[in-house]
Design a protein around this ligand. Sequence first.
Ligand code: FAD
Ligand code: NAD
Length: 479
Amino acid sequence: MSNGSYDVIVIGGGPAGYPLAIRAAQLGMKALCIDGWLNRDNTPSFGGTCLNAGCIPSKALLESSELFHKAQHEFAVHGIGVGEVALDLKKMQERRAAVSKANSGGVKLLFAANKVTGLFGFGKLLGDGKVAYTSHDGKEEVFTGKHIVIATGSEPVNLTKIAPFDGDRIVDSWGALEFSEVPKRLGIIGAGVIGVELGSVWSRLGAKTVILEALPTFLPMVDAAVSKEAARQFAKQGLDIRLSAKVTAVKTTAAGVEVEYDSADGKKTESFDKLIVAVGRRPYTANLGADVAGVALDERGFVKIDAHYKTSAPGIYAVGDVTGGAMLAHKAIEEGVVLAEQFAGQKSEVNYHAIPSVIYTSPEIAWVGMSEEQAKAAGYEVKVGSSPFVANGRARAMEAMAGMVKFISDVKTDRVLGVHMIGPYVSELCAEAVLALEFAATTEDIQLTMHGHPTLSETFHEAALAVDGHAIHSANKKK
Ligand code: FAD
Ligand code: NAD
């Protein structure tokens, strides 16, 4: 094989692309990963949206703002006096940037350790197994690949007609991670995952935050009992979430942004210093050459794939956000790894019924599988059980009693259909629920599993017991 020929060429070095290249190389394939990400300072880095402007920097700020909030409002309960708590936003933002940089720098090291060729620049499909590469300084080269994979990810939806991003007053999630001052009044369009996570960050740091959501239901993908508790907790924290709020006009002024919206009580107007638009993400395929290579896109612009990630063009595959479905980093990683293993002739597949979802608010929200509403709509006869963290000794010791775990199980088979939770570290407890679904566990399997005391996982156990009315440490619901 000449230098310009590879077994696998991946376009895009985010959570879908870089693990694919690494796994392919581990399995003996010659792998190239081309990534075009440029940071604000024009430095390139691997890791895509997730490491540079998504999962990692948002979690860094969520952690810092949570500590700030705790120092101000919760330490005193533990008998700790800290005097006046000061915010050094510049330092907080420097830490956020350093956390991202360390993670994306790690990808470069992993490429070197696994003998993956990683190139910064733009990749374009030419058809006939060829990819044109243009480096950031304009050098061009054509590579040949036996397998070519599109892993180009997604970008924020821009409400161009109502509230186009201007990088100053009206920003996307990336812009909202980089505010250099805490806005006094912050508006957010969209009470989805980004809306509530970034709303939490800036509200904890002092922004008076209003979230406008078009739908009448809050977090409709989560079990209704969990979303109801989330709405209650967020309202207590001062997050002003307005449902059925349809934004009709946005005007930037010297003083800020004026947002007009229709609500159940008629037309309303609010003024903000900054407005974050977080109404979803769409596939990114700009200048990719999909048409030239014969790669079909669906009506929303996602790359069409079959069950083995094959596009309509022979030898070209696609994984991650650009293919649609759950736009989550761990789903993208699994798809990348599985596709590399399929290239090597292995029978790997992704279990799309066991994808965990986490919202990193406080309390955290996490779930896997069906909610009670979804299970009933799918025709299951369900039995449910829940247990509150207020009955958990560890949660009480942590002063984190808000929330609960809810099991949704099948009456006929006793199989666990879903677990939906809100509470302390449920992002971590969710791994046990994912394992339960992956291993097709029955509710009894969980009931018979001993959990350490005192741990938060006891609430998980208690919720499983509650499904059959056996909970010991919390009241069982009367049948
Ligand atoms: P991306 O990460 O978007 O990577 C695609 C890469 O391809 C980019 O680097 C892009 O520059 C590059 N590229 C595009 N076109 C070309 C081309 N032609 N040539 C070369 N390179 C190209 N998910 C979670 O699971 N957990 C979270 O906590 C979480 N938090 C998030 C927070 C925010 C604020 C946002 C915006 C997203 C978050 N996500 C989270 C979603 C997660 O970031 C995405 O699901 C994930 O990054 C998708 O991975 P990907 O590899 O498909 O795409
Ligand atoms: P989202 O789909 O989660 O939420 C968008 C919200 O905006 C929805 O509730 C929708 O009803 C609302 N909306 C849409 N148009 C509107 C309008 N014109 N006016 C008012 N509301 C409107 O999308 P997002 O929050 O932008 O996040 C994008 C993606 O990033 C998601 O797919 C998510 O999975 C991913 N993400 C994941 C995490 C995580 O896993 N913790 C964190 C952040 C982002």
